[in-house]
Each structure stands twice: as C-alpha cells, then as structure tokens.
Design a protein around this ligand. Structure first.
Ligand SMILES: CC(C)(COP(=O)(O)OP(=O)(O)OC[C@H]1O[C@@H](n2cnc3c(N)ncnc32)[C@H](O)[C@@H]1OP(=O)(O)O)[C@@H](O)C(=O)NCCC(=O)NCCS
Length: 374
C-alpha cells in the first residue's frame, strides 16, 4: 500500500545542490554557505550568482552579472501599458503574476551573453520583476514612472522606482539584506510549484508566474502582510495578550508564527528582528517591535512555536515606508533568484513530477443514467 503524506510532509521529491533547510537545528544553507555567513556580508547580486552558478562570484563575474541585470531593466511598452491601465484597486501581487506572465509574450532575449536561452530569461525575469511592482505602485498612486537607471544595484533601484527619490544608504543596505535572506528556501511551496511547471518542459515565465501564485497565499509569502494587519488591529502593547488569547481560542493562525520545516528558530528571523528593532526605534515607533516581541513570547510559551521569516520582515518593510500590499511582491522579487535557480537545475536533469493519489471515491461499477432520468 502506498503511504499518503498529506502536504507531502517528509517526502524528498528530488535532489538539489542549491539550498538546504535543516529544520531540526534551525540552519539554512545556500550552496554550502550558512545563511549567517552571507547575511550582511554578501550582496544580493553575489547571492544570485551563488544560486545560479554554485559559487560566489569573482569580481569579474560579479561585474558581468550586474551589467547583464542592469541591461535588461527596460520593460516592454505593452507591459508598461498594462501596469498603467490595470485597476488601481488590484493587489500588486496579482499584477505582478499577470505581468510576469505577459513578459512571456515578449520573448526576445539577448543572444550576446554567452549563455543558454533559459539563463538569459532568468536574468531578464530577476531584472524586471521588481520594476513591475514599483511601476504599478506608482501608477496606482497617480504618480510618474521614474526612469530606469543603470547606476544602482537591485535593492537601491527598487527603492528609487518606488519612491522616485534617491534611497538612503541605510534603506538600501536593509532591503539588500532582506533580499539575501528571502532568496532561497529549498522545496517550499512556490519553488516546488516552479519546478513542477518546469518539469513539464513548459517555459520559465509560466513557472515563475505559477510560483508567484503559490507565494501569494497567507500560509506562504502572504503571511508578511497578515503580520502588519494583525499589529495594526491589535494597536498597542497592552492589548496583545487579550488579542492573542481570543485568536487562539478561535483557533486562528497567528501570521508569521510556526513553520512546516523549522522545529526550532527560523535562522532568518534574528537578522530581521535586529533590523526591525533598529528601524522602528529610528522611526520613533518602537511599539511595533515591542508588540511583535510579546506575540513571539506568548506563542513560544503557549504553543512552542517560533517566529518565522515573515514575522519581523513585516516591521522592516513597514519601517522602510513600504506599503503593506508590496510586502509579498518584495518577497517574490527576492525569491525570483531562487525560483529561477531551481528551474535551471530542474531542466538540467529533468524528470516530470507526477505523484500518485489515493482514490477515496465510490467503488467503480456505477451505471450511466441519461440526464433526463436522473
Ligand atoms: C507555516 C504553517 C502553515 C506550517 O504549519 P504546519 O506544519 O502545516 O502545521 P499545522 O498547521 O499542522 O499546525 C500544527 C499545530 O500548530 C498550530 N499552529 C501552527 N502554526 C500556528 C500559528 N501560526 N498560529 C497558531 N497556531 C499555529 C496549529 O494550530 C496546530 O495545533 P494543533 O495541533 O493544536 O491543532 C503554519 O505554522 C502557519 O499557518 N503559520 C502561519 C502562516 C505563516 O506565518 N506562514 C509563513 C511560513 S514561512
């Protein structure tokens, strides 16, 4: 009898050399590097190279990658038209999913880059996904679309496009570290989705738009938006205990808490907590981090659950002045590097994903009855 594992829990679906999530010891590995070794030291662009090529870049390799990424920033006019004409009330993650899919209708990639077509598409997707989110945000606010620049790294360029003004070095450094921390996470739901789509020999745009659809859910990347909504609803530190009591009594999930794989602390959380503490103090609004700490403490004591990556990233983004509904798109921007790395790895040694299911319907033998006799 086949064993059923609901949610594929505990199932090893394939080998990967890209990342490893060691849930029992709270360790996250990117191609042999512990995340603690990279966060705050490696730039997001260095991490993209690491995930795509398996090693940190030399200076020459990094120059080549950053030049290629910056050269691919211009969106097709048809996509810009969509972003400016789309309903202003649409959520940015839906717009992002749709626009990434649209990019697949403009399949021109550069052929002078000494790489295969899918690698060139990966560069294009990683270069353009953030521009989609920032431009839609500007357009829905009735603001101009700032010109693309080639003198800024990925994090700085996103902030420039979103705000239309020069980002501060502190904000750039913070977002860059957040990108590094969100870039890769093994066979999480969105990455697995991307690999399943790639395994059918569909195309990269389809795989990444499907991954965005998976990331959107509140049990996955959508949790970071849920965290800020929760903090706003609670409102003040003195209301935290009562609010959590009520939520737990109603069997509600507390966003940003718990993890399918980590049974101890999510190693990304302390980095984000440090940044969130610094930023919310700088902002003169320490209550957000104070409330978060109290929630984390209660959840640890009451349920033995820890904060995950989304818990403190919410306060980090909020303190950077980023609108709440861009939190999940920012997760997608960073994770685009991991998704594309996994798609390339899948395609390099492909095997169609095709699990079995356990049939639980009626025994066969029913006879067809014409509709007028049913
Ligand atoms: C991430 C998540 C889906 C993983 O959960 P999972 O492995 O499927 O675990 P389950 O949902 O089966 O939960 C196991 C137990 O912990 C509880 N639990 C897990 N996460 C919880 C949370 N965030 N709040 C309250 N209770 C939680 C469940 O209620 C359940 O308790 P029970 O056994 O008394 O019924 C889950 O922790 C969750 O929904 N967290 C909130 C969303 C979130 O932050 N997602 C981002 C993940 S990076």
């Amino acid at each position: 009898m086949p064993v059923i594992s609901r949610g594929l829990e505990g199932i090893v679906a394939a080998e990967t050399r890209i990342g490893d999530v060691r849930g029992d010891v709270g360790q996250l590995i990117y191609c042999g590097y512990d995340i603690n070794e990279l966060a705050g030291k490696a730039s997001y662009e260095e991490v993209i190279h690491l995930l795509w090529h398996g090693h940190l870049p030399s200076k020459r390799e990094l120059d080549k990658l950053t030049t290629a990424l910056r050269a691919e920033r211009e969106l097709p006019q048809g996509v810009i038209d969509f972003l400016t004409a789309a309903p202003k009330s649409a959520t940015p993650i839906d717009i992002m999913r749709t626009a990434v899919s649209m990019l697949g209708c403009y399949p021109t990639v550069r052929h002078d880059l000494d790489m295969n077509e899918n690698e060139a598409i990966a560069i294009k997707l990683v270069a353009q996904i953030g521009i989609i989110a920032a431009y839609f945000h500007r357009a829905r606010c009735g603001k101009d679309l700032p010109p693309i620049r080639k003198d800024l790294g990925e994090a700085a360029h996103f902030l420039w496009l979103m705000d239309g003004k020069e980002p501060t070095p502190d904000a750039v450094q913070t977002l860059d570290v957040a990108y590094v921390l969100h870039a890769e996470h093994g066979f999480n739901a969105s990455t697995f989705t991307a690999r399943v789509v790639a395994s059918t020999l569909s195309d990269m745009y389809s795989a990444v738009s499907a991954a965005i659809g998976a990331l959107k859910g509140p049990l996955h990347g959508g949790a970071n938006e849920g965290v800020i909504h929760m903090l706003q609803e609670i409102g003040s530190l003195d209301r935290v205990d009562e609010w959590i009591d009520d939520a737990l009594a109603q069997k509600k999930k507390i966003m940003g808490i718990g993890h399918r794989v980590y049974k101890v602390l999510d190693p990304r959380a302390p980095h984000l907590k440090t940044m969130a503490t610094k930023l919310s103090n700088q902002l003169g609004e320490p209550k957000w981090i104070q409330m978060s700490e109290r929630i984390a403490q209660i959840m640890k004591e009451r349920k033995g659950l820890n904060a995950n990556v989304d818990f403190y990233s919410a306060t980090v983004y909020y303190s950077l002045g980023i609108p709440t509904d861009l939190f999940t798109p920012i997760f997608a921007i960073a994770r685009a590097s991991g998704w594309t790395a996994h798609i390339l790895e899948q395609l390099a040694d492909n095997r169609l994903f095709r699990p079995l299911s356990e049939y639980a319907g009626p025994e066969p033998g029913k006879k067809f009855v014409p509709i007028e006799d049913r």
